[in-house]
Design a protein around this ligand. Structure first.
Ligand code: HPA
Length: 267
């Protein structure tokens, strides 16, 4: 058992969560809805990565949300921080070892669609790995040949859509395209992304989806739209804008996730 697993097993006690949620930039408010049993910053969990990006405080909070045991990973480490696509490997593998079966990933993203304006929420149905790397490079067994045909679980997506309906929150759906960042895209790249079939662009999540599928977790993911893609509206993009906008859609996403958790995950 890894040192992280041992620490979390002891910290969780009898709490036996099935679901873990990774909260992206500015989406940390969902943590406030959790009655915590155990919380630690990543810096204090052996092997967990520490992010230096503002707005991405790394903290694990385990407890109950609407009475249901959950683990929240508030903040992630991005590929662009060190060029390491495996940055979130230790947290994901630790969750799996603790008995987590379902992982819900969230992020903020730029929209490529006029009908998904800033403040809206998009369920990710599929992705395009435009960063072109994989966290599984260097894995030395046939387990590395992970299929991604059904990476975004159909049952979890249906449950999310139903939960959004019950919560009265509009929920879009579309394809997320991973750019390495940390620079934003050019207008030409955004036009390309639209032609290639993307609905939103962002700098995260895809490596975690691949790691989670490698670990055998069921995966769902959603984007909070913070801005239109570069060149779609004229102005320059900024991290400050994405941080300011994230909590708006973040509240909507939190309402959907809370309803999903309250009503129970599909088998
Ligand atoms: N591009 C990439 N990542 C993002 C964006 C964007 O426009 N908005 C929020 N994260």
């Amino acid at each position: 058992m890894s040192a992280a697993q041992a620490m979390l097993r002891e910290g969780l006690g009898t709490l036996a969560p099935r679901l873990a949620i990774v909260l992206g930039s500015g989406l940390g408010t969902l943590v406030d809805a959790v009655e915590p049993v155990f919380r630690r910053s990543y810096a204090d969990i052996p092997g967990f990565p520490v992010s230096a990006v503002s707005g991405h405080a790394g903290e694990l909070v385990a407890g109950r949300l609407a009475g249901v045991p959950v683990v929240m990973l508030s903040g992630r480490v991005h590929y662009y921080e060190r060029g390491d696509a495996k940055a979130m490997q230790a947290p994901i593998e630790t969750l799996k070892a603790l008995g987590i079966t379902d992982l819900f990933l969230t992020n903020s993203a730029g929209s490529l669609r006029e009908d998904l304006p800033p403040g809206s929420v998009m369920l990710i149905t599929d992705h395009i790995n435009y960063a072109g790397t994989s966290p599984l490079i260097g894995v030395d067994s046939d387990s590395r040949f992970v299929g991604l045909t059904t990476a975004y679980d159909a049952g979890l997506r249906a449950a999310m859509t139903a939960a959004a309906g019950r919560a009265g929150v509009p929920l879009g759906a579309g394809v997320y395209m991973w750019f390495s960042g940390p620079n934003f895209e050019t207008p030409a790249e955004i036009r390309m992304a639209r032609i290639l079939g993307a609905d939103a662009v962002g700098m995260s999540t895809v490596p975690e989806v691949i790691l989670a599928r490698h670990a055998g977790l069921r995966v769902a993911a959603a984007s909070v739209i913070t801005n239109f893609g570069a060149g779609m509206t004229g102005g320059e993009l900024s991290h400050a804008e994405t941080k300011d906008m994230a909590p708006i859609g973040g509240k909507r996403l939190a309402a959907i996730l809370t309803e999903l958790i309250r009503s129970g995950l599909p088998d």
